[in-house]
Design a protein around this ligand. Structure first.
Ligand code: ZN
Length: 66
């Protein structure tokens, strides 16, 4: 199985890469340089597969006008 390095986009063999856990997700990097780059700015590299924040409070039940 292969994974993609979120920093440089390189494809890595899962057997070779060491997982780095961030927010409960395991990320794989081709090198220490990529891993430090990720850990420096995780928000920049973390894919959008994090659990979606519930931002649609707007579509809830109508507020009682009081
Ligand atoms: Zn890399």
């Amino acid at each position: 199985m292969q994974v993609t390095d979120p920093v440089c986009g390189k494809t890595i063999d899962l057997g070779v890469a060491e997982p780095t856990e961030y927010l409960g997700w395991a990320y794989f990097f081709c090198s220490d340089a990529c891993r430090s780059a990720f850990l420096t700015a995780p928000d920049r590299y973390a894919p959008s597969h994090r659990p979606p924040m519930s931002r649609d409070h707007v579509s809830g039940p109508p507020r009682s006008a009081q």
